[in-house]
Design a protein around this ligand. Structure first.
Ligand code: ADP
Ligand code: ZN
Length: 533
């Protein structure tokens, strides 16, 4: 499917460059585009951020008629419609909550509008198809007039309850294959497990359709998590040493959480003779592009950036991506760290982890629907004591790992295997609960930091509990255990926000308390000590 000999090949390249302003296809994009333009039904599996949308957006501009895009999230649809309009592409969206006049306007535009104004893409919420008969008959009329070019189903794993995000309305999409005969269907997902894909094919009546699956594993990337000290100066010393020794003469990116961090860290590195620049969304476009160019040309060794730096970076020889703070999710981390080693040569991805950074992020993402859940997966990745990092990522994307797969010592845990043991940490959870409850009785909510102070015998005497002894383990060790309580849902957060800042307070999960009352034991794995060679 990678060929460029199709009747549409010239037009495809033109649209890629002129409309989307992209110079080269990424892995599998051209194959997916050729397949769907050949009217093949297909399922495309690519990691998040891999560039799936282009695989139906571009064909939409090459084909006659409209492309229907079914997508589970209104915010995702809004983003895409906005981006497409910015590129000058006509796009509309219809959901269950679209107002009647808007509904009529869009339908009229599609069926009776002048050719030049007809939208090329129509984003539709699945419930609109499942529950709205008049909309379905509108589509069938459109189909009879050859007005439907193709149907794209985004996040197609949502129709399978084997996936992680089952949506009942998606199961209804199985009728599309018969109702719209000869209209090609393209399903897209980042969920790679064969079980889910087989189930999706069955539910959508796409048995035996073409499946294009991009590999998730990046064998040339070395993954590592390092502890981050509380003192910024120490971090700067450590990283400046790395950049002037191991990464000497090589180019890379440091991701930081805030705009202020990027400027401070870059300045700190410059003071240590590292050629560092910064990049973030509040800089003027000129300054941003100047920083980008200097980095591309190698005049800057490293660019310290917020995640605003990313889209459109295609520097092949990035040898290191360092995260000064954790990412919002494993998907984000995979994407950001994945900018290293595009040339296929070895590159390092180092993430600096500190428990406190979790709360910097939780206060940013808590308002998003799945924000905290995704962040807790990231937390579990960072605090994992022994398992292969690559395997963790593969599992997260439901990619298969095991048969014949090998990290080849390309992660910290595989390079220095440690032995581990399972420990019962129930008593620690009880202590945490008691400290939180006691503070509440004294009209105080505890931040994680306050909790640890009290636990170790510091902080307000009235809030301490004499019969809870200070932990015998280090604070870092105990933080990992509390991180486990958070990622397992035993400890929740309570967010308090003012116009200026948001604070996270720890909260007891009632369901967790009930579980403990019923005798449930919480167990976790901890590393013991380095194995003898
Ligand atoms: P996905 O849906 O797979 O998560 P997107 O379609 O949102 O990913 O694409 C992620 C980003 O990559 C977008 O900003 C998109 O513009 C960009 N992109 C897609 N294809 C290419 C390409 N061939 N070259 C450069 N950037 C691309
Ligand atoms: Zn490994």
């Amino acid at each position: 499917w990678t060929g460029t000999h199709f009747e549409w090949s010239g037009r495809v390249r033109e649209v890629l460059q002129d409309v989307f302003k992209i110079s080269e296809f990424r892995h599998l994009q051209l194959s997916a585009i050729n397949a769907t333009l050949s009217k093949q039904d297909l399922i495309l599996v690519m990691p998040t951020g891999g560039g799936k949308s282009l695989c139906y957006q571009l064909p939409a501009l090459v084909s006659q008629g409209i492309t229907l895009v079914i997508s589970p999230l209104i915010s995702l649809m809004e983003d895409q419609v906005m981006q497409l309009r910015k590129l000058g592409v006509g796009a509309e969206m219809l959901t269950g909550s679209t107002k009647r006049e808007e509904n009529t306007r869009i339908k009229n535009l599609i069926s009776k509008g002048p050719a030049s104004e007809k939208p090329k893409l129509l984003f539709v919420a699945p419930e609109k198809l499942a529950k709205n008969k008049s909309f379905m008959s509108f589509l069938q009329n459109l189909h009879r007039a050859n007005g439907i070019a193709r149907i794209a189903i985004d996040e197609v794993h949502c129709c399978s309850d084997w996936g992680h995000d089952f949506r009942p309305d998606y199961t209804f999409l199985g009728v599309l294959r018969d109702l719209f005969s000869d209209v090609p269907i393209i399903g897209l997902t980042a969920t790679a497990s064969n079980k889910v894909i087989a189930d999706v094919q069955k539910i959508l009546n796409l048995q035996g359709c073409l499946v294009l699956k991009a590999p998730f594993n990046r064998p040339n990337l070395y993954y590592e998590v390092r502890p981050k000290t509380a003192v910024q100066k120490d971090w700067l010393e450590e990283v400046a040493d790395l950049l002037s020794a191991e990464f000497k003469g090589q180019s890379g990116i440091i991701y930081a959480l805030s705009i202020k961090d990027t400027e401070e860290l870059a300045t700190g590195l410059r003071e240590r003779n590292i050629k560092a620049g910064w990049y973030h969304a509040s800089m003027s476009p000129e300054l941003r592009s100047k920083a980008h160019t200097k980095w591309l040309e190698g005049k800057l060794q490293v660019i310290v950036a917020t995640t605003a730096f990313g889209l459109g970076i295609d520097k092949p020889d990035v040898r290191f991506v360092i995260h000064h703070s954790i990412s919002k999710s494993i998907e984000n981390y995979y994407q950001e760290s994945g900018r290293a080693g595009r040339d296929g040569r070895k590159a390092k991805c180092i993430l600096y982890y500190r428990f406190a950074d979790y709360f910097r992020l939780s206060t940013l993402v808590f308002a998003q629907q799945t924000g905290l859940q995704k962040l807790s997966h990231m937390l579990a990745y960072c605090t994992e004591p022994i398992k292969c990092r690559r395997e963790l990522v593969a599992e997260h994307f439901s990619d298969t790992w095991g048969q014949g797969d090998d990290c080849k010592s390309m992660c910290d845990h595989c390079r220095r295997p440690r032995s581990s043991e399972q420990v019962d940490v129930t008593k620690h959870c009880i202590s945490v609960y008691r400290l939180i409850r006691n503070a509440l009785e004294n009209e105080t909510k505890l931040t994680a930091n306050m909790l640890f102070d009290l636990w170790y015998g510091k902080g307000k005497p009235a809030l301490r509990l004499k019969d809870i002894p200070a932990p015998t383990h280090s604070r870092e060790y105990m933080e990992n255990i509390v991180a486990h309580f958070i990622s397992e849902g035993f400890v929740k957060e309570d967010f308090n926000f003012t116009a200026y800042s948001t604070t996270s307070y720890l909260k007891i999960n009632t369901a967790g308390q009930q579980k403990l009352d019923a005798g449930y034991r919480i167990k976790t794995i901890v590393a013991v000590k380095a194995k003898r060679p």
